[in-house]
Write a protein of this length. Structure first.
Length: 337
């Protein structure tokens, strides 16, 4: 159900939270480094607090395996955006990760070997009985650039290769292309190459690390000028508004981290068509909270690691997206003694 902000909704949330004791662990970056204005993980903390749940912050280096189980250095955290600083940390405790009601994996990329090792640890805890959102195995399997190729009817023409001659041939055939690493985030290292661009060879050489790393090249979509839309998906269903990230002047990237401007828009029929096609696969893979990127009529990425844009959509549309997400997973959480 779509939540709108208001006293009645908050009262309902508080009465619901009083029925159970929920300890929610969030694997995240250090809270002091999160953006008070924009970070989506903070919205999840606030929604959990509104339900009377206890939130524990766990950094990547606070997870370890010993005595046959995954243990965590977990710190209670309280968020108050009206205060300075906006967080309060309690006393760090050591607990089996499986002793929590549920775990949210909200660690930002880079998606490096340390990230993969973290998914191994989370998977062991999951096997011991604690639900993890998103499913650790799917975080590993669903590369945010490459996963979109599972839905070729919606993607623009593209190629994934590390061979210079193949990438060059694709660029020459398409004329205007975008090339990007498969492990990038926030618009980093994305290159637009127009017909006859003298930098084509050096871009290919740089992105592929001399032909040793796979990259993606896509047809450039001129609709980017109207925004790269982020569509948030909760348990396979779309939030009814997308955040169109409109490139800054002189830019071809809409990412907010690259200076783009976010503008909320109702989903189009095409957006809903894409969501209906992708949603069941997300559910099958245990990907409970996902951000799809759509430019024009094309699906370009499926972000599964740490999707953002909750705060911008909440502010512009009066929504409670984090609350909707927690409602969707509540029945799968296990109360603690």
């Amino acid at each position: 159900m779509l939540h709108r902000r208001g006293p009645a909704t908050l009262a309902g949330i508080l009465s619901l939270g009083a029925l159970t004791m929920i300890d929610l662990a969030i694997v995240m970056d250090p809270v002091a480094g999160l953006s008070k204005k924009k970070d989506s993980t903070l919205a999840m903390c606030l929604a959990a607090q509104a339900r009377g749940w206890t939130v524990y912050s766990i950094t990547q280096d606070g997870l370890y395996f010993a005595e046959g189980q995954v243990l965590a250095l977990a710190t209670p955290v309280t968020v108050d955006l009206s205060a300075d600083p906006f967080w309060h940390l309690g006393e760090t405790v050591t607990r089996p990760l499986a002793s929590f009601s549920g775990v949210l994996m909200r660690k930002d990329p880079p998606f490096d070997m340390e990230y993969i090792y973290t998914t191994y640890l989370l998977e062991r805890a999951e096997a011991a009985g604690v639900p993890v959102f998103n499913r650790p195995a799917s975080l590993r399997d669903c590369n945010e650039k490459f996963f979109a190729t599972a839905f070729p009817e919606f993607t623009p023409p593209l190629i994934v290769s590390k061979r210079a001659e193949q990438l060059r041939a694709f660029a020459e055939a398409e004329g205007d292309v975008v090339m990007k690493p498969l492990d990038g985030m926030g618009g980093a290292s994305i290159f637009r190459l127009k017909p006859g661009d003298s930098n084509l060879s050096v871009v290919i050489e740089t992105l592929t690390a001399g032909g040793t790393q796979q990259i993606m090249a896509q047809r450039y979509l001129p609709e980017i000028k109207d925004g790269d839309k982020r569509i948030l998906m909760i348990e396979g269903k779309p939030v009814p508004y997308a955040l169109a990230r409109i490139p800054a002047a002189g830019e071809s990237r809409g990412n907010l981290a690259a200076g783009g401007r976010g503008e909320a828009r109702p989903l189009t029929d095409r957006d809903r068509e894409i969501a209906e096609a992708v949603g069941p696969e997300l559910v099958r893979r245990g990907l409970s909270f996902v951000g799809m990127d759509v430019i024009g009529t094309h699906l370009t990425e499926v972000n599964v690691t740490c999707p953002t844009c909750i705060r911008e959509l909440d502010a512009q549309c009066g929504l409670d997206i984090a609350g909707d997400f927690l409602d969707a997973i509540t029945e799968r959480l296990k109360p603690v003694a």
